[in-house]
Design a protein around this ligand. Sequence first.
Ligand SMILES: Nc1ncnc2c1ncn2[C@@H]1O[C@H](COP(=O)(O)OP(=O)(O)OP(=O)(O)O)[C@@H](O)[C@H]1O
Ligand SMILES: [Mg+2]
Length: 251
Amino acid sequence: MRIIAVAMTKGGVGKTTTAVNLAHGLALRGRRVLLVDTDTQGQCAKALGVEADLTLTEILTGEATVLDAVVRARHYLDLVASDHQLTRAALAIARREKDGHRVLADALAPVADLYDDAILDAAPGVDAVAVNVLACADDVLAPVALNPAALAGVYDFVRHVERVSRHADRLCLRHILPTFHDLRTNLTGGALGQLRENFGDLVGRPIRVNVDLAEAFGWQKSIFEHAPRSRGATDYEALVETVLLKAAARV
Ligand SMILES: Nc1ncnc2c1ncn2[C@@H]1O[C@H](COP(=O)(O)OP(=O)(O)OP(=O)(O)O)[C@@H](O)[C@H]1O
Ligand SMILES: [Mg+2]
């Protein structure tokens, strides 16, 4: 199982939209996918219209195993949901004296053979759960909204990943995903140029602004179900393709 953390400290940059659509896109290609929501907002379950009795909180506190908590969301796509209770798990982890950053990695280990990909939807910020998300990841996929405020946060995030990677040998920032690309404004074109100048080949093909992506959430569908011919579906399909190619290249 390859673990991809969709993470960025800045909020509202398209992490959840990316995690949900990447996860479903990979599942539609026949990959066995586990989507793990690690945010108190609990958006992944809402995005896919599923409910779960047990959540990541019980997994991280040792009250349940990942196999107890997992629910089927789509064909080939399972979900571990989260909700506001996750704060309790974050506090419990933060109080641990030893190996507090490895709790999620250890919790996911029993299902490593059951899935090809685990996609982790990270919360904004840098609490104990967010550090666990990075510490168990093979790859970090970092969505960056193409506006000056979000761009400024990227450098802090890259330093944050570097700090965590000292304690996590597999961790690698593999993909910066420009989001909210708007061809009508020079602002996003300039921001994209700046990202490419600083991060070169790490920067992938951008996700354009597309209202269908926001609407899909309301209908509890992925973009591939809600609007398969939309720009959003085209852009996320291209991301799925890139992730599959990178996976193949590493085997
Ligand atoms: N390419 C896009 N075009 C239009 N709207 C989008 C796009 N990507 C995401 N959105 C919308 O923008 C909002 C924020 O996106 P999302 O929830 O994915 O961000 P996030 O980084 O997960 O936020 P948070 O940090 O709060 O978890 C949502 O309403 C989502 O539907
Ligand atoms: Mg989110």
